[in-house]
Design a protein around this ligand. Structure first.
Ligand SMILES: *Cc1c(COP(=O)(O)O)cnc(C)c1O
Length: 481
């Protein structure tokens, strides 16, 4: 399998070449040259792998379609090391929880639990694999990598828990001082591993991102200190996420004649793009429902064909903060497919034009209709009041506590139910991470998994610095010797 850039660059690369890279040289995102097709016999075989051998074996099978530069035995070992009940809390790894089941009059609705990993958000599903892949590939090359990033919560902690103690990898993670939830701060700052460096920046998330940009633009520094990232445009993360669409499908159905739909709480379009990959491989997915919060860039596009990036001042701070985005960094991948894989046009839409005008318009383009008809996309949005009502209703009716992001997914899912088609809502985080809103909705604290009892009291390791890129660079320099 070779990988190409969504902006038409002539290079073709292999999996391990793009694993440690960010964007393609032309600013595009990497995608496989084509999506391997899973026919009826292959789907049946995957179902048997799932039911007979479980998640790690299924992950190995799906990754093998896309990775031909890691020996099969090694890739299998990496999957088995990653997807264990010890790390993800259950032997199923991604169990389904029914909200409404077959037999009642209402259509079937399920939660697919993706948030039982070390940081209680779905990002662990991909990041834990990435940590093991990075360690493997760096050792093979005899190289080291310093991961540098900015986080407002979930991504940074998932990256740190995936990379802690890994050979050849250091993590330098900036976050806005005092602005993450107390639980998120405790999660990140209680990591005492030598290769993990938490840097609290006196400022807001945008200040952290500006520092990351300043460092990325200093090519000499980047090269000398081997700076890399683990952001959501990494193809390996998407690939790892495609696996749980298969696992969800196999759990909700008994035969490959059946279809399911997924509702996906979306921000940067990474999670639902993995669903698009699974569907493009031939997994029988009826609808892929993109659920947004008040930051509805994606909902607007799927309703109208107009993609309108929001300015910082138009980006709402909501109670589902991991979906508070002004533009969706993975969206270019889908648009490339929607435009019949026309790299030239994708470059026109996402290149300098988008930075200049902040939008592109496919309202008059006949291809836009295919987003729904050929690619199965639907969308909807949710508000703070919707989240509160949904959290309350799901708790009262089913005794299940859901987090704010998952609530956006459930709210929008209900607007897209079809008779006879199970709807799977991806559970993207556990309620304990966003306790304040749960208290607002239910008047009680969310339950806390036992391994997190008292983490707020653990010793913390975090350095506070002013919003000054040079001070951050100096710190990296001192700790890369
Ligand atoms: C990251 C995140 C999302 C958004 O996922 P994307 O892949 O960016 O669309 C939704 N919910 C939670 C809890 C997250 O951490």
């Amino acid at each position: 399998m070779r990988y190409l850039s969504t902006r038409g660059h002539a290079d073709r690369k292999r999996f391990c070449e793009i694993l440690l890279e960010g964007l393609a040289p032309d600013g595009g995102l990497y995608l496989p040259e084509q999506y391997p097709q899973v026919d009826a016999a292959a789907l049946q075989r995957l179902r048997e792998v799932w039911s007979g051998q479980g998640y790690a074996a299924l992950a190995f099978e799906i990754l093998s379609f896309y990775i031909d530069d890691i020996p099969a035995a090694d890739l299998k070992a990496l999957c088995e090391k990653t997807y264990t009940a010890a790390v993800f809390g259950t032997p199923e790894i991604v169990p389904l929880k029914p909200l409404q089941v077959a037999g009642s009059d209402a259509p079937e609705l399920y939660l697919e639990a993706l948030s039982n990993g070390p940081t209680l958000a779905f990002k662990d599903m991909a990041m834990q694999l990435l940590g093991n892949l990075f360690e493997y590939e760096l050792a093979r090359r005899g190289e080291a990598l310093n991961i540098f990033g900015a986080t407002s919560g979930d991504t940074g902690s998932a990256a740190e828990y995936a990379m802690r103690g890994k050979k050849g990898v250091r993590v330098f993670m900036t976050s806005p001082h005092g602005r993450m939830s107390p639980f998120q701060q405790a999660q990140m700052f209680s990591l005492l591993d030598e290769n993990i460096h938490n840097i609290a920046i006196e400022g807001v998330f945008d200040d952290c991102q500006d520092i990351v940009k300043a460092v990325s633009n200093d090519l000499a520094f980047k090269k000398q200190y081997k700076i890399g990232t683990v952001n959501s445009i990494n193809w390996a993360r998407l690939l790892a996420q495609a696996v749980y669409y298969f696992a969800g499908y196999f759990q909700a159905t008994t035969s490959n004649e059946q279809c399911v739909s997924f509702s996906v709480p979306s921000g940067n379009f990474g999670n639902v793009c993995a669903g698009h990959v699974a569907r493009s491989m031939g997994l029988p997915i009826a609808r892929l429902v993109v659920a947004t919060n008040e930051n509805d860039v994606l909902d607007e596009f799927f309703r109208t064909g107009l993609y309108r990036v929001r300015g910082t001042s138009d980006t709402h701070e909501t109670s589902s903060p991991s979906m508070d985005i002004s533009k969706a960094s993975n969206f270019e991948r889908f648009v490339f497919d929607l435009l019949g894989r026309d790299g030239e046009r994708t470059r026109e839409l996402f290149g300098p034009g988008l930075s200049r005008t902040g939008q592109f318009d496919l309202r008059q383009d006949p291809l836009f209709a295919q987003a729904a008809t050929r690619f199965g996309f639907d969308s909807g949005k949710s508000t703070h009041a919707d989240r509160l009502a949904t959290i309350r209703q799901v708790f009262e009716q089913y005794g299940v506590m859901i987090d704010t992001h998952t609530a956006d997914g459930v709210k929008v899912a209900r607007e897209h139910l079809q008779p006879g088609v199970p709807m799977l809502v991806l559970e993207t985080a556990l309620p304990i991470k966003f306790a304040a809103t749960i208290v607002e909705a239910l008047g009680r604290e969310p339950s806390r998994p036992p391994q997190f009892e008292g983490i707020e009291q653990l010793p913390k390791r975090v350095l506070t610095l002013p919003a000054d890129a040079q001070r951050v660079k100096d710190y990296i320099t001192q700790h890369c010797r």
